[in-house]
Ligand binder design. Sequence first.
Ligand code: CMP
Length: 143
Amino acid sequence: MAKQRTLAILKPDCVRKELIGEVLRQIQEAGFVIKAMKMTRLTKQTAGGFYAVHREKPFFDELTTFMSSGPCVPVVLEKENAIEDFRTLIGATNPANADAGTIRKEFADSMGENIVHGSDSEENGNIEAAYFFAESELVANES
Ligand code: CMP
């Protein structure tokens, strides 16, 4: 199977809880290759742009307030079957429904503050990666 990209965001709760290292460790241990990464702080507006698909949802204001509440860490990851495998690694959106051993089950407090984002399709993985990184910033780190 061809390699896919997914865009992960270690969310402000992940940063506040000092879990960046632990979550990245689990991601790398699962075989994902980090192609690009940075720490940034979204504004309510840039968070709204990223989550534009949810603009009409009742939780949109809560989501964009939370995502702009502190620094976050967008990361472009690459792996065969990256989209599905990353969603398996992090678990269900609502941590109450996440499988044991997943990142959200272990660390997330709620549906809104759920530690990490992962793209839901290959197309969105590429679109979301481009929201944070220029193609030239994706490091060619295969040896
Ligand atoms: P994420 O995978 O980043 O994509 C959209 C986010 O919206 C999702 O994770 C949740 O954190 C958030 N979200 C989805 N549904 C709800 C909800 N009902 N209430 C609050 N936040 C939600």
